[in-house]
Design a protein around this ligand. Structure first.
Ligand SMILES: Cc1ncc(COP(=O)(O)O)c(C=O)c1O
Length: 331
């Protein structure tokens, strides 16, 4: 195995490391419970932040600067773990459809001292970011998806490979995962290539255009594979493991889809909580794949934190009110 750069052990002390794999018999698919990746705030972001925050600290930076939708999981995770590790966190926030979950994310971010910079449109985000990317800033891109962030999922793929070797589950033919910025899928594809699994990665796009996302996630996989020292051929094979499904996003980012709503209700009966924006759509796709494939061939990788947000509000002396310029971001 390649030696990865150092990381902060943000999940240290958690009871779920490695995160469990479970067989959902009624649905005929496996689930990787990364919702339990941290007792403080789980899901996929904490795995990326372990490497990103360590890189920021090693570079001597004290301020994290990121960008995302107003209720983004990436922003809330950066606010929570950034504050815990002593960083100041700035975020350029862009509009998204209003949903209680998204509003709660923003309240938790603010409760952890996030310095928000509302921006009226995605196309203006680079201009809004520029003044903050000076001095002691460490930039964390959209979704935490660069080579450094993706290393978290190279490690996660090794974790799954060890669970396969230990007989906890059969080698999946395909891992289905929600895709926003592509770093989760990219890291998994690289880790599966490195571990010698045949497992493919199917990203379920939550916003268009699908072809761009396919290109970006494959390119990130290639760059990540090269960064950890895989051969050119292996890096190409890692990239080719990724495919992207564009048929599950409904009306687009942050809007509920009919299939997602149904999938969320089905998942709730199995004790699995899904969100409207990412995981309901990915789970709907995973269910459809499981119906097509041989029993046990599909693993759904759960990327949403289900750690309760309430304590994160109360502990941090939070206000119920979202200031008007931020409230206007929810449309
Ligand atoms: C719950 C959830 N699942 C999946 C994703 C997508 O991960 P990625 O941006 O690495 O494609 C995100 C990204 O924000 C997310 O919040």
């Amino acid at each position: 195995m390649a030696k990865l750069p150092p990381r902060l052990a943000l999940r240290a002390g958690d009871s779920h490391s490695p995160t469990p794999v479970e067989w959902l018999a009624r649905m005929g698919l496996w689930i990787k419970r990364d919702d339990l990746s941290s007792e403080l705030y789980g899901g996929n972001k904490v795995r990326k932040l372990e490497f990103l925050l360590k890189a920021a600290r090693s570079a001597g930076r004290s301020r994290l600067v990121t960008v995302g939708a107003a209720g983004s999981h990436q922003v809330v995770a950066t606010a929570i773990f950034g504050a815990r590790e002593g960083f100041t966190v700035d975020a350029v926030l862009v509009p998204q459809p209003s949903a209680p979950h998204a509003l709660l994310n923003l309240r938790v971010s603010l409760a952890h001292g996030l310095r928000p910079h509302p921006c009226p449109a995605w196309s203006l985000a680079p201009a809004y970011l520029a003044p903050h990317l000076i001095g002691d800033a460490y930039f964390i891109p959209l979704g935490g998806s660069n080579v450094t962030g993706s290393l978290g999922f190279v490690l996660a793929a090794r974790e799954l490979a060890a669970q396969v070797r230990a007989g906890k589950l059969p080698e999946p033919q395909v891992v289905v995962v929600a895709m926003g910025s592509g770093g989760t899928a990219a890291g998994l594809a690289v880790g599966f290539e490195e571990a010698g699994l045949r497992t493919r990665v199917l990203g379920v796009a939550v916003s268009p255009p699908t072809s761009v996302l396919r290109h970006l996630s494959r390119r990130l996989a290639q760059k990540t594979a090269t960064a950890i020292g895989l051969s050119v051929a292996a890096a190409l094979r890692a990239a080719q493991r990724i495919d992207v499904e564009g048929g599950w996003m409904g009306r687009g980012y942050g809007h509920a889809s009919d299939e997602g709503t149904q999938a969320a209700a089905d998942a709730a009966r199995e004790g699995v909580t899904l969100d409207v924006t990412y995981t309901a759509k990915a789970f709907a796709c995973a269910l459809a794949c499981a119906r097509r494939e041989a029993p046990g061939a599909v693993l759904y990788w759960h990327t949403l934190s289900t750690a309760p947000l309430g304590p994160l509000l109360l502990n941090a002396n939070a206000s119920d009110e979202i200031p008007a310029p931020l409230a206007r971001l929810f449309r």
